[in-house]
Design a protein. Structure first.
Length: 603
């Protein structure tokens, strides 16, 4: 029975580690001291798995101690410590967590001392003493050296801790299996090897392809694409008229109809994305336009910036589960949150590029983030650049997190596109920062273990864990904006070709406007119509007109509307603005617009 309890504990802990989202002790937990915010945490099941695994471990320890006649009070102390760790994890305070670990360790030590004194075989005593004392001594030495600032906490301390836990579990198992036949021992060994092998396969995480490997996949792709730029006319002007209208001042009813979207603003249909995409679409049209068109584009970008700095767009960042209780609150840009700051910086770069207006840049300009209680945080472009680049340079890989501890590839494309535009405008050179992130991202995000797309969806920074699942819509978002700043365009083309291999054409051409495929492997489902327009824009940017046209036809047949001299997609309000914008980007690209040309420095 204790063997079965041990296997159950191992299974639940493994499920905790590999379940989409991963276990992150820095998040709030479902316990008496904290709770999981189900509305904000998409998949909190890993927390429940962790608690269940610890409970099974505690039961297994008590039963094994009883069978092997070990110290009863030591076993119960160890079990109490394990249960306390489950209910009071690290995010509730390192002192409390450390106290729980100490209780469990004292109990385990009492069990071992009792056994060591009564064990007759010197061989067994010597072997297990060595296997338990060595990792224990290593753990203590690591903690002392870390306290004295001689060494870093990781990887020495975590590895020693895990080695000690595994050695302790193996010792208990060996005691529990005494007196049983060789067949039972072999079965137990196999049962233990399976989760260990799975853990090694999932967490070894060898680096993926290098930049050179991905370039080799690009084949005949051009590093600098040559496209024919056509005059802005027809549907592009109609689309620009719609963008001017929908981003500008609206009546109360129109405002509710178009912008009452996103709810808590934590979803992928939040206002910040729809606002940003509208600005990007205007820029895509304007880069081939005459003076009059560029003036209209500047107006749209100004409208987008005015909306972007409204409190209702960034207020989500002030919740307790994000950064509302941090010392820098109510600043929504100070740390992480690149899913907002990256788009804001991108829009600011486009605005200055098209208008020449430096009102947001510095020298008394800028804007205020004002909170409900009257607190204000002043920003300008130079401050936003400094805050963003500081995080790139201080972080482990050159990226900036979106949500607390979560790092997405597409969100990190937008600050690099913005910085490349500011570089063209003569404000600085951040190419080394882009190169650092690009090298790491290519080696880690490509080829998700569980398929679904070409890129792993998200990287958990604190747990050093990559969500091993992709999504085609995210691939489209990524390839489109990566093409704009990649060190070599062929890298983006190779990424797109990987993404194209994963397209589910039956799903995409069904072109529904309701989210589909929600489940454990797709935590952020989008309608196929929305995924299609993202993919079409990426296909255009990466010179795949055939795929783009097929996707565009499927969407246009059901949703494209031309009314009152304006063009848009008639979709649900959550997706309408952003999807229309992406369709306009695809249209502009078919006529010769390229964001890469906009952000590349002149020779």
């Amino acid at each position: 029975m204790s063997l079965l309890l041990g296997l159950a504990a191992a299974s639940f802990v493994m499920a905790m580690a590999v379940f989409p989202g991963g276990y992150d002790p820095a998040l709030r937990m479902m316990s008496s001291l904290g709770r999981t915010e189900i509305r904000l945490v998409e998949y909190p099941w890993s927390f429940y798995f962790f608690v269940a695994g610890m409970l099974f471990s505690a039961c297994g320890v008590v039963l094994c101690a009883h069978n092997a006649r070990l110290s009863a009070w030591g076993a119960w102390l160890n079990a109490v410590g394990l249960v306390a760790i489950a209910l009071a994890p690290e995010n509730n305070g390192q002192i409390l967590h450390g106290a729980c670990c100490t209780i469990a360790a004292i109990g385990g030590l009492a069990m071992f001392v009792r056994w060591f004194r009564e064990e007759e075989s010197r061989r067994y005593r010597g072997v297990w003493a060595a296997l338990l004392v060595i990792p224990f001594a290593s753990l203590i030495a690591g903690l002392v050296c870390h306290a004295l600032k001689l060494t870093a906490f990781a990887p020495w301390v975590p590895l020693s801790q895990k080695a000690l836990i595994l050695s302790f579990a193996a010792w208990l198992l060996s005691l529990d299996l005494r007196g049983v036949g060789k067949g039972a021992r072999a079965f137990a060994a196999i049962c233990l090897l399976v989760p260990v092998a799975l853990a090694l396969s999932l967490f070894a995480r060898p680096d993926g392809p290098s930049l050179e490997d991905v370039l080799a996949e690009a084949g005949d792709a051009d590093e600098e694409e040559s496209v024919t730029a056509l005059p802005v006319a027809g549907d592009e002007l109609s689309g620009l008229a719609w963008l001017e209208w929908v981003t500008g001042p609206l009546s109360a009813d129109e405002e509710r109809e178009f912008w009452n979207i996103g709810g808590s603003q934590h979803g992928i249909f939040a206002k910040r994305y729809n606002i940003a995409f509208a600005g990007y679409a205007a820029a895509a049209i304007g880069m081939r336009g005459d003076g009059q068109v560029r003036t209209r584009v500047g107006k749209v970008l100004g409208n987008c910036l005015s909306r972007m700095i409204r409190r209702d767009v960034w207020a989500y960042s002030q919740s307790r589960d994000y950064w509302g209780d941090k010392p820098w609150a109510p600043d929504p840009c100070y740390r992480e949150n690149v899913m907002y700051t990256g788009h804001l910086l991108h829009l600011l770069a486009l605005y200055e590029y098209f208008t020449g207006d430096r009102r947001y840049h510095c020298n008394g300009g800028g804007w205020d983030f004002e909170w409900k209680d009257g607190r204000k945080v002043h920003y300008d472009v130079e401050k936003l650049i400094a805050v963003t680049v500081r995080q790139m340079r201080k972080g482990p890989n050159g990226g900036v997190s979106c949500e607390p501890g979560l790092m997405f590839f597409p969100c990190n494309c937008h600050p690099h596109v913005a910085l490349s535009i500011f570089r063209r405008l003569g404000y600085g050179n951040w190419s080394a920062d882009a190169a650092r992130w690009e090298k790491w991202a290519i080696a880690h995000y490509l080829s998700p273990s569980f398929g679904g797309g070409a890129l792993n969806m998200v990287y958990h920074v604190r747990g050093n864990f990559m969500y091993p699942r992709g999504q085609s819509g995210l691939d489209g978002w990524s390839a489109l904006w990566y093409e704009a700043w990649a060190s070599d365009r062929r890298l983006a083309v190779a990424l797109w070709r990987r993404a194209r291999q994963n397209l589910d054409w039956a799903w995409l051409e069904s072109c529904g406007d309701k989210p589909e495929g929600a489940g454990c492997c797709d935590p952020q489902p989008v309608p196929p119509s929305v995924a299609a327009v993202f993919l079409a824009a990426a296909a255009r940017a990466c010179s795949d007109a055939e795929t783009a046209e097929r996707l565009e036809r499927a969407v246009d047949m059901r949703y494209l509307r031309r009314e009152g001299g304006m063009l848009s997609l008639d979709l649900d309000r959550r997706w309408r603005i952003g999807a229309t914008a992406m369709r306009l980007i695809s249209l502009a690209e078919s006529n010769g617009s390229r964001f890469r040309a906009l952000s590349r420095c002149k020779p």
